[in-house]
Design a protein around this ligand. Structure first.
Ligand code: GAP
Length: 445
């Protein structure tokens, strides 16, 4: 019963995302493409705001982190050196009867297509031996499709940072400890994508690599764990739904000495949202060995030359966006009517405020348009004049808009408007300049 309710919640969120223009199935008029999604008007604003917020927290507000935007296509040797060609595999099994493909390490969580209420183990499916499946997408550089022209779609943005370590260090004149941050697309040919935008084959990552002296790795690992947990608190995510998961020896990636995941309790269970990893000197060491470029750093504090250790924070942008949507979703019964409120933080909400003339006459629409022109110089606002004001509030609550500004009879007399708070439903009268200051505090404060 509880499981059914959780599935219902996901279905409701997916349907709201389509209906309200957050997220659509990719190439939908052709029947869609499995695990690919397009961000609509509200979704693309939400995603942009999320990326800007992360970028601001991880670069603009920090003197010790620089930004980077590396190419998706990289020299194929990068992926040999990093270990991805050899080791970036998931174990896979096929069902000999229905030809379905499953991740061998996630069989308990999988469903047999012939009996969806059971896993392939419970259904005694006739499975093949486990095979290793490399998750990197391959393509060809140039017109000739032979093995010497194979290149990969990057499966993580991190390698773009490592190969630019010397460029960024020398051009920015940063001293260790310092970080490089990047937001960008990554691609993985996942065996079992699913749960809406949780696990897809094309996704965006928000990664930061922090370069340190090896003796300080524990200190910085703890520091970044705290910072990253606080990031989600700052977004208003329910702290009871977040927890840490420490990777055991059998879970650690080939590059990591220690790793913790921040997990969120989605309607489909506790799952990884972001990883914080101690990657040691593995990456720079390997690239130094392969290229013979000296990646070592001379640190005056230690009077020593060494290959920097790296503490990595690696968040999925789409997965964070899903977390925001799931966490924001709230159903409330008001006067016998079931209403949905998307309680998205003003920091990332797609529309910051709606401008609503109470009625379509008495000069209210004209006044409202002027207010719209003024506030939209700084914030994404939405003008809506159609229908009863209660209906217009309800539409905005569903879109996650934190404030509704209503122009009424009194506005024309004293230039004040009601500002309705989506979550408390309180209404406060303010003038345009006060509203701009108020929004600035809520959105950027
Ligand atoms: N550079 C390290 C790295 O990529 P990861 O744990 O494989 O580490 C980091 O991925 C984050 O990227 C995950 O915590 C998740 O948020 C996101 N991510 C990974 N695979 C994904 C997928 N197939 N779909 C959506 N997000 C994904």
């Amino acid at each position: 019963m509880a499981k059914q309710k959780k599935n219902d919640t996901m279905e409701k969120i997916v349907s709201l995302c389509k209906r309200r223009g957050f997220i659509f199935p990719s190439s939908e008029i052709y029947g869609g493409l499995i695990s690919c999604w397009d961000y609509g008007p509200l979704g693309s604003e939400l995603k942009r705001n999320l990326k800007n917020h992360w970028w601001s927290e991880m670069t603009i507000r920090r003197r010790d982190i620089e930004g980077l935007d590396a190419a998706i296509l990289m020299h194929p040797k990068v992926w040999e050196t990093s270990g991805h060609v050899e080791l970036f595999n998931d174990p896979m099994v096929d069902c000999k009867t229905c030809k379905s493909r499953f991740r061998a390490d996630k069989l308990e969580e999988s469903k047999c297509p012939n009996k969806p209420s059971k896993s392939p183990i419970e259904h005694n499916c006739d499975l093949t031996e486990v095979k290793q499946f490399n998750l990197m997408f391959k393509t060809f550089m140039g017109p000739v499709e032979d093995t010497s022209n194979v290149i990969y779609m990057r499966p993580e943005t991190a390698q773009g940072i490592y190969v630019n370590f010397l460029n960024v260090k020398n051009s920015s004149r940063q001293k260790i400890p310092f970080g490089i941050a990047q937001i960008g697309k990554a691609f993985r040919n996942e065996i079992t994508p699913g749960n809406f935008i949780f696990r897809t084959r094309e996704f965006e990552q928000m990664e930061m690599q922090f370069f340190i002296h090896p003796s300080e790795d524990d200190k910085w690992f703890e520091y970044w764990r705290e910072q990253r947990f606080a990031f989600y608190k700052g977004l208003g995510i329910n702290m009871d739904k977040l927890r840490w998961h420490e990777h055991g020896p059998d879970e650690l990636a080939h590059y990591a000495k220690a790793a913790y995941d921040i997990e969120y309790e989605y309607p489909f269970g506790w799952q990884e949202l972001e990883g914080v990893h101690n990657r040691t000197d593995f990456d720079l060491g390997r690239h130094m060995e392969a290229t013979k470029k000296d990646m070592r750093y001379f640190d005056e504090r230690f009077d020593e030359k060494f290959i920097p250790y790296i503490i990595e924070t690696s968040a999925g942008c789409d997965r964070t966006l899903l977390t925001i949507l799931v966490d924001a979703y709230d159903e409330v019964e008001i006067k016998g009517e079931q209403r949905v409120f998307m309680r998205i933080s003003p920091k990332v909400a797609p529309i910051k405020a709606a401008i609503l003339p109470l009625v379509k006459k008495d000069g209210m629409p004209e006044y409202a348009e002027k207010v719209y022109d003024e506030i939209s110089k700084k914030f994404k606002v939405f003008y809506d004049v159609a229908g009863a004001v209660g209906r217009r509030y309800a539409r905005m609550d569903e879109a996650g808009t934190p404030y509704c500004i209503t122009i009424d009879g009194q506005t024309l007399e004293d230039d004040t408007m009601t500002v309705r708070d989506r979550d408390t439903m309180e209404q406060t009268r303010m003038k345009t300049a006060e509203i701009i200051t108020f929004l600035d505090k809520q959105v950027n404060g």
